[in-house]
Design a protein around this ligand. Sequence first.
Ligand code: AMP
Ligand code: ZN
Ligand code: FE
Ligand code: FE
Length: 279
Amino acid sequence: MIDLHTHSTASDGSYTPSALVSRALDAGLSVLALTDHDSVSGNTEAAAAASVAGIGFLCGVELDIDWKPGECHLLGLGLSSSHPELAERLEALNRDRTNRNREIAAKMREAGIDIDIERVEALAAGGTVGRPHFAQFLAETKVVKNRQQAFDRYLAKDRPFYIERNSISLDEGISAIRASGGLPVLAHPLSLYVSWGRMAEVLAGFRDRGLAGIEAWHPGARIADCERLEKLARELGLFVTAGSDFHGEARPDRRLGRTAGRRPIDDRYLPPELAALLS
Ligand code: AMP
Ligand code: ZN
Ligand code: FE
Ligand code: FE
């Protein structure tokens, strides 16, 4: 059993990179990839822990790519340890985020909310600070009943405290991942909100721009859709991966090594192109 899509405290997962590796060992995984949102900072710790545990490891990342109307998440798998282009991009994104968080806080203050930015940052527990932590703050200070209400009233797109966020283009993402020695894989393609009628055309376009593989299997999709994506990817000459998108206790419905329909992820979802990049 393997898992090529997981998160740690370096983004919004609840386990540290080492704790994640130890959970992966308990779950019986032979290969693990760490793919934190817009962060590579957990990879060194996870790689060291995986080496001690005897688990095959792929350094990774999950980049948020500019895309409308849905979401485009690009996995970078098998990154080498030094990757200046990617690291620079991620640092720039982080600086943008810090500025955006200040703007969100300013809007809240203007609205009369006694916002404590240090408390918001503490809620992120060392990971990337963003809207979920503002939502949690609004919930714990009883401005709203719960986090969802915070989004619905204030933080969702077109709501008063929403600020647009900078993200990188598909070409920039693909280029940064390839320059880092990794392979770009499209995560959970259904989140693109592309109709089945246009899916082949869109994925072929991505392939022509340098995409290497498709995460056909993801717990957010139905089994029939995963099978359809797998077939499509193979027809287009893209390799196929599978993941759990594990976030620890933050999302208890997701289990390490299990994908759509709680199916265990077979070793054949580690394509040879990625097996060659294992550490
Ligand atoms: P950010 O990157 O700071 O814009 O935050 C994005 C995160 O906020 C997403 O990954 C979701 O976890 C959460 N989120 C975004 N929109 C909503 C929404 N309408 N309702 C609940 N959570 C949301
Ligand atoms: Zn996440
Ligand atoms: Fe994602
Ligand atoms: Fe993810």
